[in-house]
Design a binder for this molecule. Structure first.
Ligand code: FES
Length: 97
């Protein structure tokens, strides 16, 4: 028996079983055409055009694409590392003691 560390190879998973459309194909169409609705994906590559069980994943890819584009549009200097503008809770607590 081999003792090699397991190597996980990510395959391009088929998301739409009805039309055998893979994740990379769907993501690529969403990104290139900036698709905002599942119907947009369906019109380009048929994914989601039958039973609809893949709609949730297609919508997830659309949402992730939107989020990614939004992040790319924000200048690095505008991205705060901390959501709390007042500083750390513990730092404030200890400095006021
Ligand atoms: S799995 Fe995509 S339409 Fe059926």
């Amino acid at each position: 028996m081999k003792n090699d560390p397991s190597i996980e190879i990510k395959e391009d998973e088929i998301i739409c079983k009805c039309f055998q459309v893979t994740e990379s194909t769907i993501r690529s169409h969403i990104s290139k055409k900036n698709i905002a609705q599942v119907e947009g994906v369906t019109s380009i590559c048929e994914a989601g055009g039958n039973c609809g069980s893949c709609h949730m994943l297609i919508q997830l890819f659309i949402d992730q694409n939107k989020h990614q584009k939004l992040l790319e549009s924000i200048p690095e200097s505008k991205i705060s590392k901390s959501k709390n503008k007042k500083g750390s809770f513990w730092k404030n607590l200890l400095s006021n003691a």
